[in-house]
Design a protein. Structure first.
Length: 241
């Protein structure tokens, strides 16, 4: 398949284009990938579309040649998710193709599996993303028989409230900030982000399962409705310290 994938749910921006060409003389199809990573956050709205155009040019593809546009739909940065969704919708509308929203925590779990356990038939991960405001986004996922399953749906918790899950790996971008406050029962911790490469690996199974949607049906996944603390809350925290 020809796919464009991107994630801007964290402070990093990750993009990938996959192009598949039919093999010749009995050979199998040839799959090539072009990758780009860089700063996201406040720069996402400025840098995302030019980076996409550059990768598409390198791959020699026009947007109508894509089978789908894949994007990390959340949870994550409010601005990053909104930007990614808007860009995916706009490009897909113009090209007449579908959109595949992918759970960013699932992408974190897949990236951790690819880093550390790609040869193993089974893998269990608690995916964690820094939600700021002294909280984490978390979700529990299990990989078995080449298929991912969500064991516990995504939620928003404080670091100390992370549950104990036997034989499970922690994966995410929270360890530098919250590592000392996380449950010490988790011996294995893997730094991982929801990369575009992980989205590409997840896409075939999700597309086969019918998860692609029309552009106007692609929506960000927001777990937290409140994105900032009030002045009174900040003053109370300062007084407490």
């Amino acid at each position: 398949m020809n796919l464009l994938a991107f994630d801007t749910s964290t402070e990093a921006m990750s993009l990938a284009v996959q192009r598949t060409d039919v093999g010749v003389a009995g050979a199998g199809p040839s799959v090539q990938c072009w990758l780009h990573s860089g700063p996201g956050g406040a720069l996402t709205s400025t840098l995302l579309i030019p980076a996409i155009q550059q990768l598409m040019t390198q791959a020699g593809l026009q947007f109508p040649q894509l089978d789908a546009i894949v994007f990390g739909c959340g949870p994550g940065s409010f601005t990053g998710l909104r930007t990614a969704c808007a860009v995916a919708q706009g490009l897909a509308f113009g090209a007449g193709i579908k959109v595949l929203p992918v759970d960013t925590l699932l992408a974190v779990a897949e990236e951790a599996r690819w880093q550390q356990a790609r040869e193993l038939p089974r893998f269990s991960a608690l995916a964690l993303l820094d939600a700021r405001m002294d909280e984490l986004y978390t979700g529990h996922y299990s990989f078995d028989s080449n298929k991912w399953s969500q064991i516990v749906r995504s939620s928003l918790i404080r670091p100390e409230d992370l549950p104990t899950v036997p034989a499970c790996t922690l994966a995410g971008n929270v360890f530098e900030v919250y590592g000392a406050r996380l449950n010490p029962a988790f011996a294995q911790r893997i730094e991982a982000l929801p990369t575009a490469s992980a989205l590409l690996r997840l896409a075939p199974g999700l597309l086969a399962a019918g998860c692609a949607v029309a552009p106007d049906e692609a929506l960000p996944l927001y777990i937290r409705d409140k994105v900032a603390k009030t002045t009174l809350e900040r003053a109370a925290e300062k007084a407490a310290t």
